[in-house]
Design a protein around this ligand. Structure first.
Ligand code: C2E
Ligand code: CA
Ligand code: CA
Ligand code: CA
Length: 274
């Protein structure tokens, strides 16, 4: 027992050590990644469940790492958040998402009706310059503010809640649409849901995955979230829809919009346009 224990601890230490080293390396290189233009955006269509047509795209960031390949946000966003680099990274995402929208428009006039959703993290929303940067970038790219949807997670609202709400209100005054992302995944947003100047509520994929099975509880929970959102005047988007059963169930329950692998994975700009 002792032997295994010691061996186990050694493996554990080794893994911890490797993780810590990788975190350090990520931190060192992430700043350079921004300067070297190694960040990429992928775009996942958001579908209107009544018409089954795309109404917009969510921009999702990736890092094209020269050695490690295309990294997903979970591999570098925590480090960006911790180091404060998230502010610059977030600005890069916003600017490039809006530019991409204009680029698509120049190639396909239909794009004019589509919205673009951008994720906003805690640090970004608390950055005093976030609203002026948003306003300037909208002006620079000439995108109608109503086409920009900022997705705000519950964790974004931890920390300085008052600053976050103030900035959300200012963004709404610009005409930008605000969405609550990952609703109910944490524990906090219910308490100030009524204070948020939001337009949409996004149901996390963890609630969607069990829809349409033999269990009735997942359905009841999703149904309740949709009712609550609609009672508050919010549009509902369901995320992580992978099966036809889930789609049909969401239609029946009255969800307005949805996104997920059933329609498309996050796509490159050219694939998204196609
Ligand atoms: P999120 O905002 O909840 O985004 C949804 C995630 O689910 C995305 O993962 C997306 O690729 C994935 N997804 C979409 N459809 C399906 C599906 O049908 N099945 C499954 N299993 N997954 C699906 P991704 O791209 O890895 O992003 C993870 C998280 O990273 C996002 O979660 C968001 O919180 C954050 N994130 C991504 N891009 C940005 C960004 O530019 N800025 C900030 N602040 N956060 C970002
Ligand atoms: Ca999101
Ligand atoms: Ca999220
Ligand atoms: Ca989510």
């Amino acid at each position: 027992v002792k032997e295994t224990g010691r061996a186990g601890a050694a493996v554990f230490d080794d893994q911890m050590q490797r993780k810590a080293t990788q975190r350090m390396a990520t931190k060192t290189h992430l700043g350079g990644a921004l300067r070297r233009n190694e960040l990429r955006l992928r775009f996942q269509p958001i579908m209107d469940l009544r018409t089954d047509a795309p109404v917009g795209f969510e921009a999702l960031v990736r890092w094209e790492h020269p050695q490690r390949g295309l990294l997903s946000p979970s591999e570098f966003l925590p480090v960006a958040e911790e180091s404060g680099l998230i502010v610059d990274l977030g600005r890069w995402v916003l600017e490039n998402a809006l530019r991409q929208l204009r680029d698509w428009e120049s190639r396909l006039p239909d794009v004019r009706d589509l919205s673009i959703a951008v994720n906003v993290s805690t640090r970004q929303l608390q950055d005093p310059g976030c609203i002026s940067f948003t306003e300037e970038t909208l002006a620079l790219t000439g995108v109608d503010p109503r086409r920009l949807h900022l997705e705000i997670t519950e964790t974004t609202l931890m920390g300085d809640v008052e600053a976050a709400i103030r900035h959300m209100t200012q963004a709404a005054e610009l005409g930008v649409r605000l969405g609550i992302d990952d609703f109910w995944v944490g524990h906090s947003s219910l308490s100030y849901l009524h204070r948020l100047p939001a337009h949409t509520l996004k149901i996390d994929k963890s609630f969607i995955q069990d829809l349409g099975g033999t269990e009735t509880r997942p359905t009841l929970i999703v149904e309740t979230i949709i009712r609550l959102a609609h009672a508050l005047g919010l549009d509902v988007i369901a995320e992580g829809v992978e099966t036809e059963t889930q789609r049909a169930e969401l239609c029946r329950l009255g969800s307005d919009k949805a996104q997920g692998y059933l329609w498309a994975r996050p796509l490159s700009p050219d694939d998204a346009l196609a």
